[in-house]
Design a protein around this ligand. Structure first.
Ligand SMILES: Nc1nc2c(ncn2[C@@H]2O[C@H](COP(=O)(O)OP(=O)(O)OP(=O)(O)O)[C@@H](O)[C@H]2O)c(=O)[nH]1
Ligand SMILES: [Mg+2]
Length: 360
């Protein structure tokens, strides 16, 4: 799952990318304005995986991951009726956005709009995305209408359903509301996702509050579905990510009067935002967190590990993480009769420890 980091020039995208991924890309007070993309994969911190590792002492531990892509150069064409094709492509291909909004004052860093005004800036990109989606939806509707007039429809019910759905999306966008606020069935969501609609994508808004800025996230009303809002001290977090010893981090936090680094929280929020959850597999070889969409079944989970496991699925042995911890070992889990046997349609819960029995 991949999240695109977007925002106006100089708002701190690369700084926050560095903070989240521990990278050390150059950040400058001058925006090149060109499309420039960096990608990195990060582990999702998970204390449960840490505990399972302590218990099983496996040769290998694998955390769930999130991929971040820093997408620079979004300003080009904004408000001028068009982003470049490659830029649109980048935006369409991510699963969600981290929308960075500048909330820090710093005279040495020019602002493309001259003044620092987070709410205005948030609206600039939101407005652009609404417009782009409206164009996409109207083009598709026009094409469907053409097909109808020419009598060139393969699947009438699908054609009709798609038209109705796109009209709903169009009404929503015309009312200046993001498509992700519509109540969509999974099938409708999937269909709209196929068009790469930007306002459909889950979004985490990050106010970059600088060194001593106030927390804007708490008193902003930005009520949308599949949306979260947080504040982060961008530059400080990027510096913390470069420290490799815990004492240095502790000193740094103390100096700036910060409770705890925001990195883990933001990565966790990113993960939650994408509507995914973790299940675990354990053993002496490997302790591993796997990601599946919420609502996935045991056979979906098996297929995430290997297609053979889904194909030859017999049953899943399952113990919830908390029950495993209170029993202390698999032997004890079994002795207490706490191992659940689940079939293909069992709906996997966050934190399930699974062992798939299969036969191919
Ligand atoms: N004072 C202060 N400066 C910051 C903070 N975050 C970023 N900056 C500065 O703002 C400038 C731009 O930061 P970048 O991270 O490069 O911003 P960007 O959004 O990636 O910029 P472009 O990719 O050029 O659009 C750099 O000089 C950063 O050091 C912050 O929290 N406080
Ligand atoms: Mg940048």
């Amino acid at each position: 799952m991949r999240l695109g980091i977007i925002g106006l020039p100089n708002c701190g995208k690369t700084t926050i990318f560095n903070a989240l991924t521990g990278s050390d890309h150059l950040t400058e007070p001058f925006s090149s304005g060109q499309l420039e993309v960096h990608t990195a994969i990060v582990n999702v911190p998970d204390r449960r995986v840490d505990s399972l590792t302590t218990i099983f002492r496996p040769r290998k531990t694998v955390y769930a991951t999130v991929t971040y892509t820093d997408i620079g150069g979004l300003d080009k064409g904004i408000g001028e009726g068009g982003l470049s094709g490659p830029m649109r492509n980048e935006l369409q291909q991510v699963d969600g956005f981290l929308h960075v909004v500048r909330a820090f004052e710093d005279a040495s860093v020019p602002h493309p709009q001259e003044t620092v005004d987070p709410i205005r800036d948030l609206g600039i990109i939101d407005g652009e995305f609404l417009l782009l989606d409206l164009i996409t939806v109207e083009n598709r509707l026009a094409r469907l209408e053409q097909e109808r007039q020419r009598g060139k429809i393969d699947n009438k019910p699908l054609h009709a359903a798609e038209t109705v759905l796109l009209e709903r999306a169009r009404d929503q966008l015309e009312a200046e509301q993001p498509v992700r606020d519509l109540d969509l069935t999974p099938a409708e969501n999937k269909l709209l996702r196929g068009y790469g609609l930007l306002t459909l994508k889950p979004t985490l808004v990050i106010f970059n509050t600088g060194e001593n800025g106030a927390d804007l996230a708490t008193d902003l009303s930005y009520e949308h579905q599949h949306t979260q809002v947080v504040s982060l001290h961008g530059k400080l977090e990027a510096e913390i990510a470069q420290l490799d010893n815990a004492d240095d981090v502790a000193l740094f936090l103390q100096e700036y009067d910060i409770d705890e680094p925001g990195r883990a929280r933001v990565i966790d929020l990113s993960y939650q935002l994408l509507n995914i959850q973790s299940f675990f597999t354990v053993g002496e070889d490997e302790v591993r967190a796997w990601s599946v969409y919420k609502g996935s079944t045991a056979v979906d989970a098996a297929g995430t590990i290997h297609t053979d496991l889904a194909r030859g699925f017999i049953r899943a042995e399952m113990v919830p993480y908390a029950e495993f911890i209170s029993a202390g070992s698999m032997v004890e889990v079994k002795k207490q009769g706490k191992m659940h046997l689940e079939g293909k349609t069992y709906v996997v819960q966050d934190g399930d420890i699974l062992s798939i029995r299969f036969n191919v």
